[in-house]
Design a protein around this ligand. Structure first.
Ligand code: NAD
Ligand code: SER
Length: 325
């Protein structure tokens, strides 16, 4: 296990960051995980259980000050503009996802940090990539600005490993499904919204068609993949910033059927918008054998076990009058 003592999680207020901070605080100690985000109205747990700093990742000077102030020795970089918002604001996506990321890499290089973890995405693939069981090494020609920034991020990660010997790791998350913090403007957000709307309204209007099939992962598996990769032996990794990680793959029709089985009166209608073309350009499933071989990746949840858990968690939140962040 890498000898990391104090981690800065940037983009900690987002869907994954807000849960990863809690998990990392459990592993490394509350006082050793500093959370940071552009926004100040983050999930209360971030401020209640440890340190929180407001940070714009594009501000290199403030980033360096925070790293020095808290004696940070590793950074998890979750600050990003996701695919759907990125198509509405392409230059903002470039600025945060690329210029922000380079700030992280430069501060890590200059201050000799022990590790940087930065996620990539299935968005690195494009319409010319094989869509089924998409290989680890394949065509990377995305058609979204988000995807372009993610391919560039993977290349930069590998560049810093090779040129500077920096320990940089990253994984290509599929669509992440969770109930704590709402997703931040991605194409896969429908797979979260469907559960909330089914329970709260009994119906859902989906922005992609029923045959849309994408790779997905439940949050506990996402957190496990992330911490397992962080703790893997760096010398054993042949890949660095670009591990495919899979868990499940289903069409919206299959997802709706899983919801209907548990919420019998549930109804769904389809009104595809610009996100349909994004979804159609991404894989339906991925080959994650490199992650399995190099650091022992193995998911636990499938569509049925995830649906049971999502629905019971959302019902509990409604009973306790405590909906998601
Ligand atoms: P999110 O949109 O929920 O959270 C991103 C966070 O970054 C937000 O809290 C936002 O306020 C913050 N942020 C935006 N601009 C910032 C800036 N300039 N400075 C500091 N913070 C800023 O995203 P997420 O789903 O938690 O994604 C985390 C990472 O995982 C991202 O790199 C994303 O590309 C990747 N990813 C996510 C998914 C998914 O389905 N959620 C899938 C593939 C990859
Ligand atoms: N869930 C993300 C998105 O849809 C994939 O990276 O943007």
């Amino acid at each position: 296990m890498t000898d990391i003592k104090r981690i800065l999680v940037i983009g900690a207020g987002g869907q994954i960051g807000s849960e990863l901070v809690v998990k990392l605080r459990g592993i490394y100690g509350n006082e050793n995980i500093v959370s940071a985000d552009l926004k100040d109205d983050v999930c209360p747990v971030l401020k209640e259980t440890g340190l929180y700093e407001q940070l714009n990742i594009t501000d290199a000077q403030r980033l360096a000050e925070i790293v020095k102030k808290h004696k940070i020795d590793a950074i998890v970089n979750f600050a990003a503009i996701l695919s759907a918002v990125g198509e509405c604001h392409p230059m903002r996506a470039w600025d945060v996802n690329i210029n922000g990321f380079i700030n992280v890499m430069e501060v890590a290089r200059e201050l000799k940090l022990k590790q940087v973890l930065t996620p990539s995405s299935i968005a690195v693939f494009g319409p010319s990539t094989p869509r089924e069981n998409t290989p680890q090494e394949t065509i990377l020609r995305p058609t979204t600005m988000y995807g372009i920034t993610k391919v560039s991020g993977e290349l930069l990660a590998d560049y810093y490993v090779k040129k500077y010997g920096l320990d940089v790791r990253g994984l290509r998350y599929p669509g992440i499904i969770s109930h704590e913090t709402m997703p931040g403007g991605g194409t896969t957000d429908y797979a979260v919204a469907i559960y909330f709307d089914a329970i709260q309204k009994g119906k859902y209007t989906c922005f992609v068609n029923e045959d849309t099939r994408l790779p997905m992962m439940y949050m506990p598996d996402c957190l496990k993949a992330t911490t397992d990769l962080m703790q893997a032996d760096f010398s054993k990794l042949k890949h660095h910033g670009d591990f495919n990680v899979g868990a499940m793959s289903f069409s919206v029709k299959e997802l709706a059927a899983a919801v209907q089985k548990r919420v019998p009166d549930f109804e769904i209608e389809y009104k595809p918008d610009y996100r349909q073309a994004i979804a159609d350009s991404w894989p339906m499933s991925v080959d994650d054998s490199a992650a399995r071989q190099e650091w022992g990746w193995k998911p636990q949840y499938n569509l049925d076990t995830m649906s049971d858990d999502m629905i019971s968690a959302i019902k509990k939140k409604i009973e306790n009058n405590k909906l998601s962040c």
